[in-house]
Design a protein around this ligand. Structure first.
Ligand code: ADP
Ligand code: MG
Length: 663
């Protein structure tokens, strides 16, 4: 048994590299790094087999940099990669690791880039060249690249170079570089032709194999949807809407035309989407990857080849819109998410006749892939409503709304309207671009439950001329009467008026349902609000633990404790009682870290919060003469709140990452 190497320092890497590693935040070497770096430093030839995402780049980049002679500005190492994207990425990695090595020069060289620029860059010299085989061959033939000083040659993603038909070029390059060189070959798989190349061109190579079909895949939640009924596009957009923790998606299709088709359809539905395929010019492809990294794109629709090796930590979801050709391609695809220690999600669309591929993938990854159902329109609606409500809470908490307050107040008195009538109309206007009720959806269950209000009188009159102050161009259309059955005014059942707690401070209570019982914050809020007649807004932070949860509530009178002791969530009585001191504190290191905490406390006055005045403390009517004028420099609160993130997800109605943006 070899001793586990748990620090980069133990690998005897020089100080400038160690400090860059601290800067990039790597703590311990990955297994392939721990195994390869010492062999590499000792000058051995290497055959490294490890899956995507295991850290192969640093496994060769760090020892190459460690042994570099900065004083000699000739190519001392050449790294061959299958694609231009990968060449750029690997070059960027070198740059990152060499951050504290002044004068270091790495040069990416690939087809599609202007020859003039490349020739000029080559003539200026570089310590390390990273390139695609075809273009490197070109330069060697033209003698614009001189590899006489070459000490090390690295073949990265060798199996992919084989798959893409570069293997002859690679052999040619192997034959035209100094025979005394050190050679390292990295590959996610080791098909025969690659093994033959290794036997022929590597000298007594050390074989390093990280048998870990599960290392990459473990951090990735894998699910499949059996394609039936709804078409794939509809299914895709519904899934993207209801997925938790969505940040960005990489969607795989089989053909170049399909990348463009699907990207266009997604764009038409309001997503920030773009295609990535081998037909695009190099500049365009780089742009797409950059935009995905920076967050100006949330969805990239790609072919396998174009997305190969892509390393964008934002990618939270990989969608196999078309099934991959083989299990290896699947593993490469899903390896684009769950990067850099994050959790990723992979969803596979399979037609009934493709179920054999699903089984093959499960065998290859030694992991089950869970089936999922198509989200219903009702679920989509619930999600949109939840985001809409959150956005309202955020605006109330973070924006200066005095001006709007006054607009509404005047309208109330001058038009004799109830606040709720005005709010109803505004809700209608605000959701136009992205309806809270997708076609055919009745009132989602969540709203029925949480509606603690009495019916408003029917809206009898048109909404008057607020056009001047509200930046909604199509305001006139609102003159239609809301339909009689408008959801927000529909009475469900009589409920007692919400209890008045005055300004009681929040106290932490313990309830006996938690994660293991499947409790959700929404259900806890719903049950407590309904059974206890407590205004949901008064409910503070909820922390879920394995077998219990804590909830912050205004101090409860004993008869209310009696009611809530018997109140059930997931069929279990809450048995509510005041939490013991420290109970419910987020543990710094424990198995029962809260999964999700809904911190509403920022918006509610708390016992320990004197800094922010409670909303009820605001003057009943704003006095404009004493206030600064409406600040035009901020974006209008309506439709585009600024700042502040909601407690979960992203503000779907402002800058929704991946969610359709109102147009
Ligand atoms: P591979 O080439 O095997 O597919 P990469 O070299 O692209 O994998 O690395 C995958 C990701 O893991 C990158 O985001 C990289 O920055 C990160 N990474 C690599 N080594 C480490 C490490 N020792 N600690 C933390 N993150 C790492
Ligand atoms: Mg790699």
């Amino acid at each position: 048994m070899t001793k586990t190497i748990d620090s980069f320092a133990a690998l005897k890497l020089p100080a400038p590299l160690l400090s860059s590693l601290i800067e990039v935040g790597y703590e311990t070497p990955s297994p392939i790094q721990a195994a390869c770096i010492p062999l590499f430093l000792a000058g051995r030839d290497l055959l490294g087999e490890a899956q995507t995402g295991t850290g192969k780049t640093a496994a060769f980049a760090l020892p190459l940099l460690a042994r570099l002679d900065l004083a000699k500005k000739v190519p001392q190492a050449l790294v061959l990669t299958p694609t231009r994207e990968l060449a750029i990425q690997v070059a960027e990695a070198f740059q990152k690791y060499a951050h504290n090595m002044p004068g270091f020069h790495v040069l990416p060289v690939y087809g599609g880039q202007s020859m003039v620029i490349q020739l000029r860059a080559l003539s200026r010299g570089a310590h390390i060249i990273v390139g695609t085989p075809g273009r490197i061959m070109d330069h060697l033939e033209r003698k614009s690249l001189n590899l006489d000083g070459l000490q090390t040659l690295v073949l990265d993603e060798a199996d992919e170079m084989l798959r893409m038909g570069f293997i002859d070029d690679v052999e040619w390059i192997l034959e035209h570089t100094p025979a005394a060189r050190q050679t390292a070959l990295f590959s996610a798989t080791m098909p025969d032709p690659i093994r033959r190349i290794a036997q022929r061109y590597l000298r007594d190579p050390q074989e390093v194999k990280i048998r870990s079909a599960t290392t990459t895949v473990a951090a990735i939640k894998q699910r499949y949807w059996q394609v039936r009924g709804a078409d794939k596009l509809e299914a895709l957009t519904r899934m993207l809407e209801v997925e938790e923790d969505f940040e960005a998606a990489l969607i795989f299709v089989r053909t170049k035309t399909a990348t463009i088709d699907l990207a266009e359809k997604l764009e038409a539905r309001g997503y920030e989407a773009a295609a990535l395929n081998g037909d695009m010019t190099q500049g365009l492809r780089e742009q797409v990857v950059e935009r995905l990294k920076s967050g100006s794109l949330d969805i990239v629709v790609a072919t396998d080849v174009a997305a190969r090796g892509l390393d964008v930590p934002r990618i939270s979801h990989v969608i196999n819109y078309d099934v991959p050709y083989d299990t290896e391609a699947y593993v490469h695809r899903i390896g684009r998410t769950g990067r850099a220690g994050r959790v990723g999600s992979a969803i596979l669309f399979v037609a009934p006749r493709e179920m054999r591929m699903l089984k093959a993938i499960e065998r290859a990854t030694r992991q089950p892939i869970e089936p999922i159902n198509l989200p219903t329109r009702g679920e989509v609606a619930e999600r949109r409503i939840a985001q809409f409500r959150q956005q309202i809470l955020d605006v109330l908490a973070e924006e200066n709304l005095d001006f709007f307050y006054e607009v509404v107040r005047r309208m109330e008195s001058e038009e004799n309207l109830a606040t709720r009538q005005i709010a109803t109309a505004l809700a209608f206007l605000a959701q136009r671009e992205r309806p809270l009720r997708p076609d055919g959806v009745e009132m989602p269950a969540s709203m029925m439950r949480e509606e603690p209000v009495k019916a408003a009188p029917p809206v009898a009159r048109a909404i008057p001329s607020a056009t001047a102050v509200l930046p909604v161009p199509t305001f006139q259309a609102a003159e239609r009467k809301p339909r009689e059955e408008a959801p927000v005014v529909r009475e469900r059942k009589e409920r007692p008026a919400p209890r008045d707690f005055g300004n009681a401070p929040l106290v932490r209570y313990r309830i006996e349902v938690g994660k293991n019982q499947g409790a959700m914050p929404k259900e806890i809020v719903g049950a407590i609000a309904n059974e206890g007649a407590i205004d949901g807004k008064l409910i503070g932070q909820i922390n879920l633990f394995d077998d219990y949860s804590t909830v912050e509530l205004p101090e409860l009178p004993s008869e209310l404790i009696d009611i809530l002791r018997r109140t059930r969530v997931k069929q279990l009585p809450l048995k509510i009682r005041p939490a013991a001191p420290g109970e419910g504190d987020k543990p710094s290191f424990s198995k029962s870290t809260p999964r999700k905490s809904y911190d509403k406390s920022e918006r509610r006055p708390r016992a320990d919060d004197a800094a922010r005045p409670a909303r009820s403390d605001r003057p009943a009517s704003a006095d404009f003469s004493k206030r600064p004028p409406y600040r035009d420099d901020k974006k209008p609160a309506f439709g585009k709140p600024t700042g502040g993130k909601p407690a979960f997800g992203k503000p779907a109605f402002s800058k929704p990452a991946g969610k359709p943006r109102p147009r």
